[in-house]
Design a binder for this molecule. Structure first.
Ligand code: ATP
Length: 461
């Protein structure tokens, strides 16, 4: 660490802060911010960051999330204090429950981490590939970071340079449950979801499917999250307060790389746990597997073959894949599955972009020019079975009309993976960092969410 006396930006990041029966990195980050606000006058340099990494990573518990807090501090001692607070909170959170934990990690770096090229490389790699501990050690050495913990240090390091100016982002406002309620049924007014959603602009998404009347904002498990509301317009997210009949312990507004397609990077190595996009030509008609999943074989420009899997749960994505035919040119975004017994790599698709729809045709005997019946082979000639008319033998090519059109399609709302960008979304980007943000715009205790824009009204219900 370098010594300094004047105002300086620090970034502190967390990952793998959960344990078998609950907990969550984003929750610990909220507790950390609340603790900091109690003990110090803190100056935020950005919203707290919720950073999704490679969705194919096998060590993840749920959605492979790391978190990030950017602060302006006054002195070296200040940053040391902050690191110590983080360490003692994480220790309490993970170890004092006496449950086998997985390997929490904390990293802190001084300066504008988002501008550091080494940290940017780690972030870019971590969203679509497996990052080794060796690379992390080297980079942390270079940037003179302070680190603590185990495997979580990988994700925490990757998060440091995420959400840089120019990067797309969205928001998630998360309501956390009181600890005594963890593991019990969540109290939500399901009817209120419909009313709230119907009044909000389309910049809120993946919270409730109005057509199917299905809630996607609330998880099911024993974790501390009551509900998380997503959108690109943070001012409107407070309106979802109406759907809660359980008083949250606290609320936290995150800026996040969710739904920004950051993992959509062309992938040229076909190996397990890699995510990205593959362009190629369909070389088989779709195969319907047990469980109604659909498999399509694809060959890329280098002649390598890959089985692309469209899970039944992806709904319209799988339905569209069923209409693919040999010769179609497509691009798929998704992740490689672990090695399968078939030895051929299997890529699970989250998004399908149809670039070119091929002609499909049938080769047949022509119709009889006299009566219109289909001609039949008769030695070296063709013969009409109805009127006996004869023609020299030849075939005709008949086009089969295709219903498929060039289109980009994803699973339906509620089934999107965290990083997947829906086709309708326009994502904002920051021009510069740091930004000025007040504590009460991002965190609040009890029933009322933090208010980022008081001029926004949620309307009469
Ligand atoms: P939670 O929501 O509770 O944080 P999670 O689904 O985010 O759970 P973690 O418990 O954070 O999962 O576990 C993910 C682990 O994988 C972490 O230890 C993290 O350091 C590691 N990891 C994340 N991305 C990569 C990557 N690209 N390469 C290698 N390791 C990674």
């Amino acid at each position: 660490m370098t010594f300094y006396m004047k105002k300086t930006i620090i970034s502190i990041s967390f990952d793998d802060i959960d344990y078998p029966m609950g907990g969550c990195t984003t929750h610990l980050t909220g507790l950390f911010l609340i603790e900091l606000m109690k003990r110090k006058r803190i100056e935020l340099a950005d919203y707290p960051g919720l950073v999704r990494l490679n969705p194919a990573i096998p060590w993840k518990t749920r959605g492979n999330a790391a978190t990030l807090v950017r602060l302006v501090v006054n002195s070296y001692d200040d940053s040391e204090d902050i690191f110590e607070i983080a360490k003692s909170l994480v220790t309490q959170y993970c170890y004092e429950r006496k449950e086998t934990q997985k390997g929490p990690g904390i990293v802190m770096v001084v300066g504008k981490a988002w501008e550091d090229p080494h940290l940017r490389i780690v972030y870019r790699r971590a969203v679509h590939d497996v990052v080794t501990k060796d690379l992390i050690e080297k980079v942390l050495d270079k940037v003179k970071a302070k680190k603590w913990g185990n495997r979580g240090v990988i994700g925490a390091t990757a998060a440091l340079a995420a959400l840089a100016p120019g990067d797309p982002y969205t928001f998630e406002l998360i309501a956390y449950r009181k600890p005594e309620l963890w593991g019990t049924k969540r109290c939500l007014y399901f009817d209120a979801f419909w009313r709230v959603e119907a009044k909000l602009p389309p910049c809120v998404f993946n919270n409730y499917d109005i057509l199917k009347r299905k809630v996607s904002a609330a998880p099911q498990g024993p974790d501390p999250i009551l509900a998380g509301f997503r959108g690109t317009c943070p001012g409107y997210l407070k309106c979802y307060k109406e759907v809660l009949c359980e008083e949250p312990h606290f609320w936290l507004l995150y800026r996040t790389n969710q739904h920004t397609d950051q993992y959509n990077i062309p992938t040229f190595s076909f190996r397990p746990y890699k995510s990205g996009s593959i362009k190629g030509t369909v070389i088989s008609d779709p195969l319907i597997l047990q469980g109604s999943h659909v498999l399509v074989r694809l060959m890329d420009k280098r002649g390598r073959k890959v089985n692309v899997l469209f899970f039944r749960e992806t709904g319209p994505l799988k339905e569209t894949a069923m209409h693919l035919r040999s010769g179609d040119e497509i691009e798929v975004v998704g992740s490689f599955r672990p090695f399968s017994s078939s030895k051929e790599p299997v890529f699970a698709a989250d998004k399908l972009h149809i670039m070119f729809v091929s002609r499909t045709s049938l080769i047949k005997n022509p119709r009889c020019p006299r009566c219109g019946a289909r001609m039949e082979s008769d030695g070296k000639m063709l013969r009409c079975p109805r009127c006996g008319f004869k023609l020299p033998k030849h075939k005709i090519v008949m086009d089969i009309p295709r219903t498929l059109k060039p289109v980009t399609i994803t699973a339906e709302e509620g089934q999107w993976r965290h990083l997947l960008m829906p086709t309708f979304l326009y994502t904002p980007r920051l021009i510069k960092l740091p930004i000025k943000i007040n504590n009460n715009q991002i965190v609040s205790l009890g029933f009322n969410p933090p208010v980022i824009d008081p001029s926004i009204s949620c309307g009469e219900h």
